[in-house]
Design a protein around this ligand. Sequence first.
Ligand SMILES: Nc1nc2c(ncn2[C@@H]2O[C@H](COP(=O)(O)OP(=O)(O)OP(=O)(O)O)[C@@H](O)[C@H]2O)c(=O)[nH]1
Ligand SMILES: [Mg+2]
Length: 682
Amino acid sequence: MKSVVIGTAGHIDHGKSALVRALTSIDPDRLKEEQERGITIDLGFAHWQADGINFAFVDVPGHERFVKNMLAGVGGFDAVLLVVAADESVMPQTREHFEICRLLRIPAGLVVLTKADLVDADTIELVRLEVRDLVAGSFLERAPIVPVSSRTGAGLDALRAALVSLGRDAQARPAAGTARLPIDRVFTMKGFGTVVTGTLVSGQIGLDDELEVLPQHRRVKVRGIQVHGARQERATAGQRVALNLGGVETSDLSRGHTLLTPGSLDVTTRLDAVVEVVAGGKPLRHGTRVRFHQGTSEVLGRVAIAGTVDEASSEVRPSAGSGRGELVEPRSPTSEVRPSTGSGRGGHLASAEMPPGGRAYIRLRLELPAVVTRGDRYILRAYSPPMTIAGGEVLDPRPARGGIRNAAARQRFACLDPTASARPDDRGSADERALGVMIEEAGVAGLPAGAATSRAGLSPAAARAATDRLLHAGAIVRAGDRLVGGTLVRALAGQLVKALEDYHREQPLSEGMSREEVRERLFGPAGPALFDLVVANLVTSKQIVARDRLALAGHTLALTPAEEQAREAIERAFREGGLKPPDADALAAIAHGDRDLADRMVKLLMRQKVLAKVDTLLFHAEALRGLREDVAALKRQAPGARLDVGAFKDRYGITRKYAIPLLEYLDRERVTRRVGDVRVVI
Ligand SMILES: Nc1nc2c(ncn2[C@@H]2O[C@H](COP(=O)(O)OP(=O)(O)OP(=O)(O)O)[C@@H](O)[C@H]2O)c(=O)[nH]1
Ligand SMILES: [Mg+2]
């Protein structure tokens, strides 16, 4: 059955709770204090079914002092009932609640003129005009305005009909995504233990599911589920849910915490966002301390203004004064940043303060972690007195540190902003654009694939689709479980080829660069997968050859005739010397006294594996192979054959200086095994 969450909004005493009671026969004022004082203090809940639709009502307090409680409920609204008492008309919290709903992009709603029994028809018309004026140009512009009396029941049938039509049109929340439930109440139920309630904003929760509580990263188990007072096996996005949780005490949880599919989202204390400043309210100043409301949570933080939306999206030209005297984000949440509104060189006045009605890009530094992802809507209220000043949408929950008041940073904001007009070269969707920016910024380390959900805010299906399209277009590359920018990968390939060119020029006698050196020099913090990928691509395109070392495809050793001659002569000397190889003086003589030349050629022959080292001695690889075969053959001639040092010296005509290292070499090669003073051939 379809579930729709309907919330109330409006000034104190305008009849919100009475209306919910009249519609559902359930009193949403559940607290004793509320009933005694006749006002709503905290969120109240009720439900009603009609036309195959489950309506969950969330009733909010109208009192100015309890707007923070209203904010804990409004995030889950699918539609709002904006309640205006016909005898008082539009009042301050009518405006504030309406602004909050507008800034949070509540998709739909109705206006209800309550207490119609207290006024005449002309007054109703007057109030209707005032309401129309308030909602002009907003999501409620065309919403029905329904006069009712909760006391006489007049108009309630018309309201129910309007609600059903609203419910039918309401868009279902994404049930396929990861589970996300911002907690709005926590209590202990006798015999059950810890119970939490909230609106499931996405995904599903099933009995026995394991969930994660953020920000404390705690695992809990779902032991029971209730939807509208009835036990269920499963809850789906859009429902008001009560969960009985195992593995956690009531005192460990509170309003503002979030239940999630484990690993799907993370916490953050720094985020980039687009903000709209409420028209007719206070300006939003750079460095201001604010209350950040998202989901059911409220966190204190500070605002750094990057620039106006127009500045960033319409021009590359920086705002007046940027460049010199660059402002950076506030260093710590408590440090006061006072931008120079500096006269003289133009100053930052334009973007150091956003006037009411303006739109800007901001960076928020929070004093405690919040659980947000890209696309989340939020509200900003002044620290004191706490009035609603702005609201907007999260663009990046995990931006890198650094200055934000420069042209490049503003362009980045515009790129992440789904409402900013795309530039002509941007053919991808807003999601792809944002994901692309995040991947590019992750550099060679790459972006973990899961960040498409936790940071870019995409559902798993949308994340897969966006990733596939970016991969297909060559904008990104997948390296292991990381996504890396395509431009960067191509640049790395180019740098690798260039590095090999330089290397071959400087080291013409080397076969190539060692893999480790290339990785360290060019790939820094990249995982091995990216290095392997770039090398494999260059091998496939026949640009490089990857053996022990990396070399350009056409690379051959460039030896001078003298070098070539020395190399050949030295190799011959080692081959002919067998197990009695030439010493340093002999080699120098071969190279006509040029010890340096002899040395270089010996190293080259070693890299080419023509010569091999045994301890400090050098032998021709052929000589060592011959030795291994000869000793192994002894066993075939006489099973259990033994060799002592003396016999070994005699057999090969060598001195002790050579015999000992060679016997140890044979042990290492598992041709012989030492038993006391003799070797057994194995
Ligand atoms: N005559 C008349 N009185 C009403 C009507 N609706 C509500 N009232 C009265 O108005 C007073 C306030 O109603 P509530 O429903 O508590 O108002 P509220 O908007 O929920 O107030 P808060 O939750 O504190 O913001 C109560 O005394 C109600 O009986 C109505 O349609 N007609
Ligand atoms: Mg009330």
